[in-house]
Design a protein around this ligand. Structure first.
Ligand SMILES: [Fe+2]
Length: 180
């Protein structure tokens, strides 16, 4: 479901993370009661983005790399991602938030559907059981199987900031096998 990576592919001397955020918001998901928001932004500058790495970290390049934030005090409820199958997050600022994975109590439990989306991908807490969780620290990287039900439990108001590398056509297992 997830794997903490031996993170030695991000340049430890890079500090100007805010400069990587552009104004182009590619997606926003609101948490329960709209108390929190998960937002993805295009990187401001492709050349600058390349400067954050010390080396290649996967033989399969991610489909997209996005500057990502979760702001507010609420949680991002249990869901399956829209499109991406695997995500490698480098946490710039992670705080004490928990990333939680679940399984369906009953294999037929159907998720709710976002308007306009084909996939049923939001799940009621009544239909799922927590199976695992992690708390990432800042400057750590985790590979996540975002095709499995997961949530982010935000425990403070500190913004969560991460660089999300997303694969749309390769599974978590494939990406994991191809990490360098
Ligand atoms: Fe997600």
């Amino acid at each position: 479901m997830y794997k903490k990576l031996e993170q030695n592919f991000i340049n430890p001397n890079f500090t100007d993370w805010a400069s990587l955020k552009s104004d182009i918001n590619t997606a926003t998901f609101l948490g329960k009661d709209k108390k929190s928001a998960l937002e993805y932004f295009m990187p401001s500058d492709a050349d600058k983005l390349l400067k954050i790495y010390t080396r290649r970290f996967c033989k399969i390049p991610p489909t997209v790399t996005l500057y990502s934030t979760i702001t507010g005090s609420g949680s991002i409820g249990p869901h399956i991602d829209h499109g991406p199958l695997a995500g490698l997050n480098f946490y710039v600022s992670a705080g004490v938030d928990e990333t939680v994975f679940y399984k369906k109590k009953n294999k037929d439990a159907a998720g709710l559907q976002y308007p306009g989306r084909e996939q049923s991908n939001i799940f009621s807490p009544d239909d799922i059981d927590e199976v695992d969780k992690f708390v990432a620290n800042s400057n750590e990287a985790y590979l996540l199987d975002v095709s499995k039900i997961h949530s982010v439990r935000k425990l403070t108001n500190e913004p969560r900031i991460f660089i999300a590398h997303l694969w749309y056509e390769h599974s978590y297992e494939e990406v994991l096998e191809n990490l360098i």
